[in-house]
Design a protein around this ligand. Structure first.
Ligand SMILES: Nc1ncnc2c1ncn2[C@@H]1O[C@H](COP(=O)(O)OP(=O)(O)OP(=O)(O)O)[C@@H](O)[C@H]1O
Length: 283
């Protein structure tokens, strides 16, 4: 998909707005709350660059993700993986390039909070659950989009939200543990709980930074199962260094180096690529 095709998508949306004109529709989903997947891409980056004090952390990076895809991103330290996620989530603004969510939403025109609300969830490496609350309360809290004290006090789970919470508990392997304090969970369980908190918001795209770092082998295997369950219903972009984990979950692996894509293909393909061996795997 080219930026031109997406601009046409944006124009199509604009032509359906009351006030008309392109500016009115630019950056809006075709239907409120929905991402326009007309062009078969949920995320699209083209020629994205960002420099910090003259150093190009991201250098003409182009990448696209299909709806429901599970993509792994690997690469040496400093390759730009975290910076790429910062750009997608609106934390860092690139100096140049195009970043689209679906065919019509220009993410560079939105704030970090708006991007999260549109359905892009991010999980950082370290779990940040509320340790003094139970598993259930953590998941419940994730539903409270209005964080005002009054709104929180009067918040009650509606039945469909209760159903979702039960479904998420099951998905993250914590059914039966809902009354345990999050602080008493294992490291792996805390990671799953945090993923569950993201799932409560029903994100369309999930960005996960080193999700299995520090996990036991068994937890790593169960996390792979979890991700395979999520694939299809959500799009996932996973930054990881654990090759055995990647082998379990990934069809396509993208290798970043010096802020752009060095190689892309199956894990076997990228593992046998001389350039990848030199900069990353062979070290
Ligand atoms: N805010 C910033 N200011 C200055 N330099 C930065 C900033 N953010 C990132 N960088 C630099 O940009 C480069 C890319 O960093 P980034 O953290 O994105 O790499 P990474 O691939 O995530 O690495 P790692 O695997 O170590 O997490 C690094 O050289 C880093 O020092």
């Amino acid at each position: 998909m080219t930026p031109l095709l997406m601009e046409l998508g944006a124009e199509r949306v604009a032509s359906h707005t009351e006030s008309g004109g392109r500016a009115a529709g630019w950056g809006r989903p075709a239907i409120a709350g929905e991402v326009d997947l007309t062009h078969g891409r949920i995320l699209y980056l083209e020629d994205v660059s960002v420099s910090f004090d003259g150093f190009k952390a991201i250098n003409k990076l182009s990448l696209d993700i299909a709806p429901g895809e599970l993509r792994c991103i690997i690469g040496p330290n400093g390759a730009g993986k975290t910076t790429m996620m910062d750009i997608i989530t609106g934390k860092t603004r690139p100096d140049a390039g195009t970043v689209y969510f679906g065919s019509t939403i220009d993410l560079l025109r939105h704030t970090e909070a708006e991007i999260a609300q549109m359905g892009i969830g991010r999980k950082f490496q370290k779990p940040t659950v509320f340790e003094q609350l139970t598993v259930f309360e953590n998941l419940e809290l994730a539903l409270k989009t209005d964080k005002g004290v009054k709104a929180s006090m009067f918040f009650r789970l509606r039945s469909e939200q209760g159903d979702r919470l039960a479904h998420v508990l099951h998905t993250i392997h914590l059914a039966g543990s809902e009354h345990r304090l999050a602080g008493n969970l294992s490291h792996g369980q805390k990671q799953w709980l945090e993923i569950g908190m993201l799932l409560m918001q029903d994100p369309k795209l999930l960005l996960l930074d080193e999700p299995v770092a520090g996990m036991t082998d068994e937890e790593t295997v169960r996390t792979a199962e979890l991700f395979l369950t999520l694939k299809g219903q959500h799009s996932l972009v996973v930054v990881e260094h654990d090759m055995s984990f990647i082998r379990r979950i990934c069809e396509v692996v993208t290798v970043l180096c010096d802020g752009s894509v060095l190689a892309q293909g199956t894990l076997d393909e990228v593992q046998s690529d001389e350039r990848v061996i030199e900069v990353y795997l062979g070290r």
